[in-house]
Design a protein around this ligand. Structure first.
Ligand code: UD2
Length: 319
């Protein structure tokens, strides 16, 4: 692993920054790319001075980007491609840009990675690739070409995941369909922020938590350190069952939590009384979502290790 060169796109993002930090601690050389469209410079603060870290501010659609950023005489091992238009509502308003970045941008990087001889490409797919499929838990094979994703975001991630997973020559492609990720550094301030970062921020400020709808909708929450571990397992840099094959794998806890219970849990951990207001249901929300995690467990041995309550405690301390 020492001196192994990895490229991380979206390195200034929530997940990308945790992943880069972990790779550096393992002794990898990390080339990070971000254009700060949704990432933040402060996410790089903990490791930007690390001697094995290089940073390039660039959009992933720039031609020959990987050729430009790789240091001379290094053999690249893994491309972790996490940069994307990350917001579902934004994608509905900007479909062309979403497909250009999330789909075409991924195809271009894939092409470059193959021609540069990368061993692996690990791509950030999404639970949104399943659309509103009601067969739970969601299994990888449920999402086919007939699936109706509910947004350009979901569709673009689906098309890109398929392309990555279809790559199995010199370069092996793995797409990770991540469910609802949470943890420190998740931005609570955007209107598209995840429910946990919003609840935690409200609770810390002593404000009521807003539940959209009746709170009976459920989600599968995965703690960011667990997700980083899944990336490592998928990359072949770590994993308990030898080298993982290419393909598409869900990354989630396999447990579903009602949003109402999540709100109570956050308040209880803060030692606060029930302080929840109910608002109208959010348009376009799916009702239930939970991952089947059997495939990634079988392929790599990975499974989520951090229970929700423990992950929430760490996130609350970070705030
Ligand atoms: C997640 C992903 C999104 C996309 C989508 C696909 C995150 C942050 N978003 O959206 O990128 O992949 O899945 O299905 O992971 N809620 C409240 N109060 C709040 C905020 C949210 O009640 O203040 C509810 C919301 O109505 C929803 C649930 O909490 O039912 C989760 O919302 P979210 O925005 O965290 O994530 P989700 O699953 O809509």
């Amino acid at each position: 692993i020492r001196k192994c060169t990895c490229v991380v796109t979206g390195v200034a993002g929530f997940v990308g920054s945790h992943l880069a930090e972990r790779l550096l601690s393992m002794g990898c050389l990390v080339v990070g790319i971000d254009d700060f469209s949704s990432g933040h410079e402060k996410n790089l603060a903990g490791f930007c001075d690390h001697p094995a870290f290089r940073f390039h501010e660039a959009c992933i659609t720039r031609p020959r980007l990987l050729h430009r950023v790789l240091p001379d005489r290094t053999t690249p091992r893994v491309l972790f491609h996490l940069a994307a238009i990350v917001s579902v509502p934004y994608s509905l308003e900007h479909p062309e840009e979403t497909f250009r970045i999330n789909h075409a941008g991924t195809l271009s990087l894939l092409d470059q990675a193959v021609s540069l001889g990368f061993q692996r490409v690990v791509f950030a797919g999404s639970a949104a690739e399943y659309g509103d499929d009601e067969r739970l838990p969601l299994r990888e094979e449920y999402s086919g070409d007939e699936t109706r994703q509910l947004s350009p975001y979901g569709r673009s991630k689906y098309l890109a995941s398929k392309a990555v997973a279809g790559c199995n020559g010199v370069t092996t492609g793995v797409a990770l369909r991540c469910f609802n990720i949470y943890g420190p550094r998740q931005d609570p301030n955007s209107p598209y922020s995840g429910v946990i970062s919003r609840f935690v921020e409200k609770a810390v400020a002593g404000k009521p938590l807003t539940v959209f709808g009746d709170g009976g909708q459920t989600r599968d929450f995965a703690y960011v350190d667990d997700v980083v571990q899944a990336y490592l397992a998928a990359s072949g840099l770590s994993g308990t069952v030898g080298r993982s094959p290419g393909g598409i794998f869900n990354v989630g806890s396999g447990t579903r939590t009602p949003i109402r219970e999540l709100a109570s849990m956050v308040l209880r951990l803060m030692g606060m009384k029930e302080n929840v207001v109910y608002g109208p249901e959010r348009p376009g929300d799916i009702r239930h979502s939970v991952a089947s995690t059997a495939a990634i467990k079988k392929a790599t041995g990975w499974e989520a290790a951090v229970p929700l309550e423990q992950g929430l405690r760490i996130t609350l301390e970070w705030m």
